[in-house]
Design a protein around this ligand. Structure first.
Ligand code: ZN
Length: 407
């Protein structure tokens, strides 16, 4: 059905077909320019083969199944007014930080939605400086800035899965540490570093459609990862290939030996944990562990589960942002779903109800998500960090009440 519809469209709409080919060519050119930094789906092969693979995928893919969007490429990024940066200062290169900016970085009321790259860069540096991560892991200020820039350029201009969402997730992880002494004292600096790195990178190169779509349309990336956590595997592989291919942005370059192995394992696990298909298993696992409040030394399995939980709660942290911010993110995520639904209809497919703008009851689906996905996850977090999570659950309750008024 899909193929028949696509072929009909191609025959009946020659202009659309030509436009789509032009679009495809321009996208290919764009991606060739930056493939040096990260490969499609993190293909684990030599650069030359990666290039060949990427080009062959793009040429063979029918034009109407193109899922990619433009990337918002920046050549450089500077700090906002009021900040003073001096790369010669090894541990705190962002020497002057306006207090209002610092407070925002620590706040659960953080609103990444309309922030400029410049503002986000300042928050990014504040997070690393707060816990001395630059000096502890010998990260040069310019490496940290290049990481920010290169990851930024790997994100596409999706309605929801864009770089602002990435910053939202990284800041939420930071705010959890900043507002919970339990986490700060019982997890390590390396854990904080991993949470920040994975938070910013966790949706790198997201195409704006979900795993089910990639599997259904037999996308080459779904084939590469055998239909298993396709996007999450691709994001994680892209991150480490980026480090491999562009050493100037490798913030883990001076993390060595066992610490490096642990960091890599933690980051990979954290990114893979953001797959919604693993949601209930993760909630069950976190709740079953002995509470962080009851242990002196945190066993490794509890530590890893907690980091998964931080990554996972960061990924849906819009549920616990203040209402106007939460509502704005939720409108965007629904719009991205509907765009996928529109695209599926264009391909002759029938979208699920949640993705169909003509059928979906947005308020009802939001209430379902809050009650069945958000609440159990933050309750599981409450088991380990009771005071912080209780505050967040209150905000969540207020937000879901707003949606319920709209049902
Ligand atoms: Zn995400």
């Amino acid at each position: 059905m899909t193929t028949v519809m696509s072929e009909q469209n191609q025959v009946e709409n020659p202009h659309t077909h030509v436009d789509a080919l032009k679009d495809e060519l321009s996208e290919a050119r764009h991606r060739l320019n930056d493939f040096v930094a990260y490969g499609i789906g993190g293909l684990p092969v030599r650069k030359e083969s990666m290039l060949f693979h990427e080009v062959s995928c793009m040429v063979r893919r029918p034009p109407f199944t193109r899922t990619s969007r433009r990337k918002n490429v920046l050549k450089s990024v500077d700090f906002p007014e009021g900040c003073e940066y001096d790369e010669a200062v090894v541990d705190r290169p962002l020497r002057v930080i306006p207090e209002a900016l610092r407070q925002q970085t620590h706040s659960f009321g953080f609103n990444a939605l309309e922030m400029t790259p410049s503002q986000m860069l300042a928050h990014w540096f504040i997070m690393f400086q707060e816990y001395d991560l630059l000096s502890k892991y010998k990260i040069h200020g310019e490496t940290l800035r290049d990481y920010f820039l290169t990851v930024h350029n790997a994100y596409r201009t999706n309605t929801y899965h864009n770089f602002n969402h990435a910053m939202d997730v990284a800041q939420f992880a930071f705010a959890l540490f900043a507002n919970s002494e339990q986490l700060r004292t019982k997890l390590s600096s390396l854990d904080i570093l991993c949470c920040l790195v994975l938070g910013l990178a966790h949706d790198m190169d997201h195409p704006g459609v979900n795993n089910a779509f990639l599997v259904k349309t037999r996308d080459p990336v779904a084939m590469l990862y055998n239909d298993q956590s396709v996007l999450e595997n691709a994001h994680a592989a892209s991150l480490f290939l980026m480090f491999h291919n562009k050493p100037t942005c490798n913030v883990l370059a001076n993390v060595e030996g066992d610490e490096y192995s642990q960091a890599r394992k933690t980051i990979l696990r954290g990114i893979l944990a953001t797959d919604m298909a693993r949601h209930f298993a993760l909630v069950k696992e976190i709740s079953a562990h002995q509470s962080l409040t009851e242990v002196e030394e945190v066993p490794d399995d509890v530590r890893m589960s907690l980091i998964d939980c931080i990554a996972k709660s960061g990924d849906i942290c819009h549920l616990v942002r203040p209402w106007p911010v939460a509502k704005a993110w939720e409108d965007l995520v629904m719009e991205e779903f509907f765009e996928q639904g529109d695209y599926e209809k264009q391909l002759g497919m029938t979208p699920d109800g949640l993705f169909d703008r003509e059928k979906c009851k947005v308020a009802n689906s939001q209430c379902w998500f809050y009650d069945n996905m958000g609440k159990p996850l933050f309750k599981a977090l409450e088991h380990h960090v009771p005071t912080t999570a209780a505050t967040l659950l209150d905000v969540m309750q207020a937000n879901v009440s707003k949606w319920k008024e709209m049902c």
